[in-house]
Design a protein around this ligand. Structure first.
Ligand code: ADP
Length: 255
């Protein structure tokens, strides 16, 4: 079980002439909590999007739980993954987005039941019980029947976290999940993430601008620049004693 939960091997992602991920290598261990920081446009969100297969990669291999994500073995050869293979490997990963992406016409409870019923084929009763339990866990037990428009930003984001968890992922990705929130609502979302990290076996990969949170929460911080990891290490070291000039410049601008 020493195999990393996530492995990027020489991953390349281009948009037209623009190379966004430039031969990226990264291993993330089981249950490891990793924060990605770096300037705007450095490829941070792209790392999460290619992991969710929301974008195709142009080179290299991504492995999740030991299995290639976009390819599979067939008769001893690597061939592009079938839809079935993609769905199975991708189902190990959940993602929480900056702008919540909740279904507006569904209640909090229905938002958390939709994928378990339609994708996993869970009976409705079972999906409902699980959704209710998760909404309790994120502190929204009294908002189950509310529609997104009736919830604050922080509450919407907590529904989004519960919805991702309803698929029982092994990996949870967070893309600047507090960036769209009013400052007074940031804490309630970070508290939920903190609690999840402490109480569940979850590998977490988070793009964030919350340096204070990254420092206390993560096992490792990766600093991105130009589609590569320029420097990485335990939070105290990376934030407190950065070795690379680019890391120093970035931190002096944001801290
Ligand atoms: P970050 O999250 O670090 O701000 P992103 O991963 O979002 O960076 O984007 C990296 C680069 O890729 C940026 O220059 C961005 O403009 C570009 N990019 C992202 N998505 C697309 C897209 N769908 N089409 C073209 N360019 C894109």
């Amino acid at each position: 079980m020493n195999e990393p939960m996530i492995r990027f091997e020489n991953v390349i992602k281009r948009y037209g002439a623009l190379t966004v991920l430039d031969g990226l290598d990264i291993d993330i261990a089981r249950n490891e909590k990793v924060c990605i920081i770096g300037p705007s446009g450095s490829g941070k969100t792209t790392v999460l999007r290619v992991l969710m297969t929301l974008e195709r990669i142009n080179g290299g291999v991504i492995r999740v739980d030991g299995e290639p994500l976009t390819h599979m073995q067939k008769h001893g050869q690597m061939v592009p993954a079938s839809d079935r293979h993609l769905r199975r490997v991708r189902s190990k990963i959940g993602m929480v987005f900056q702008h919540f992406n909740l279904f507006p016409h569904m209640t909090a409870l229905q938002n958390c039941m939709e994928a378990p019923v339609s994708v996993l084929g869970l009976p409705k009763k079972e999906a409902e019980a699980r959704a209710a339990e998760l909404l309790d866990m994120v502190g929204l037990g009294d908002k189950k029947k509310h529609f997104p428009i009736q919830l604050s930003g922080g509450q919407k984001q907590r529904v989004a976290i519960a919805r991702a968890l309803a698929m029982r992922p092994k990996v949870l990705l967070f893309d600047e999940v507090t960036s769209a929130l009013d400052p007074e609502l940031v804490g309630e979302v970070l508290n939920v993430i903190r609690k999840l990290g402490a109480e569940h076996d979850l590998t977490m990969l988070m793009v964030t601008h919350q340096m204070g949170f990254a420092k206390e929460f993560s096992d490792r911080i990766c600093f991105f620049h130009g589609g590569k990891i320029v420097e990485q290490g335990p939070p105290e070291q990376l934030l407190g004693d950065p070795q690379n000039e680019r890391t120093r410049q970035f931190l002096s601008a944001v801290l």
